[in-house]
Design a protein around this ligand. Structure first.
Ligand code: KMH
Ligand code: ZN
Length: 272
């Protein structure tokens, strides 16, 4: 098995300090959470940004500042800015971080329920995001919340409308209203990806570590962090993203799977 890439999703767009006071909003807080994750073994940071009051934004300059400061304290780290943003944002708003020519960015692969809201990603939107990523030489991380999302993206990539091989997928399971976080669902999706692809699994809420343990054993990669889950264990809030990353790294150590550093992650993801 290849080394394990751990991604830390340190902030997200939905969680708040009212839920866990360590959720980062300001530049200093973002850098603190990125560094704690990196020091605990995260080679990749999935980046959302907020204004200082916690309001989610896709502002290009906010992304620039946050990503520059994270890179300064986490040498070699792979940054994957979000083009998902927050529910209700326009496509143009969401695409702003692609103007910074990051190595990678998320690309959400279909419309779905998202709790009580609807996360809009119709096919023209997916196509437009794919076109932008092709133009700007950005490798997408294809975010699939449902099996139909995977089918959609494989069809569009097969027509040349999205960047194709080698593809990187993130299977996000357990969002309320979307596909549930079971090992059966995860292996169904993994079984459908093209040879030579890489994949990451993300379990939401209390499914974060059961899904991480499955992905580690299956040879995939893992995402943890406040965007997805605020607890280290039932009733125990995590004090930092680093604590969540450390728990994923500890699980990997228990099953004997070494964790990839940033340069190794780049190689596995085909970025180097
Ligand atoms: N905040 C969610 C609505 C992504 O980063 O691409 C979407 C999301 C996905 O977080
Ligand atoms: Zn995200």
């Amino acid at each position: 098995m290849e080394k394990l890439i751990i991604t830390a999703a340190i902030c997200g767009a939905e969680v708040t300090k009212a839920q866990n006071s360590a959720v980062p909003y300001t530049l200093d807080e973002m850098v603190r959470e990125a560094k704690s994750s990196y020091d605990a073994g995260a080679a990749v940071i999935h980046v959302h940004v907020r204004w200082d009051d916690g309001t989610p934004t896709q502002d290009r300059e906010r992304f620039r500042t946050v990503m520059e400061e994270i890179r300064a304290v986490c040498p070699g780290v792979v940054l994957i800015p979000s083009t998902g943003g927050a529910v209700g944002m326009t496509a143009e708003e969401r695409l702003q971080p692609t103007e910074l020519f990051p190595e990678m960015a998320t690309l959400d692969c279909g419309t779905c329920n998202f709790g009580d809201d609807v996360f809009q990603n119709d096919i023209p939107t997916i196509r437009a995001f794919g076109k932008r990523m092709l133009q700007n030489h950005i490798k997408p991380e294809y975010e699939c919340f449902e099996m139909g999302h995977l089918d959609t993206v494989l069809t569009l990539a097969g027509r040349g409308e999205l960047p194709s091989a080698p593809m990187q997928f993130n299977f996000v399971l357990g969002v309320p209203g979307c596909m549930s976080a079971t090992v059966g669902n995860l292996s169904w999706m993994v079984g459908a990806i093209p040879d030579g692809s890489t994949w990451t699994a993300t379990g939401i809420g209390r499914y974060a570590f059961p899904i991480a343990a499955a992905a580690i054993s299956m040879g995939g990669n893992v995402r943890v962090g406040f965007e997805d889950n605020l607890y280290l264990a039932r009733g125990v809030p995590a004090r930092s993203n680093g604590e969540l990353v450390k728990k994923a790294a500890d699980l990997a150590a228990l099953v004997g799977r070494p964790v990839a550093g940033p340069m190794e992650a780049r190689e596995i993801l085909g970025l180097s």
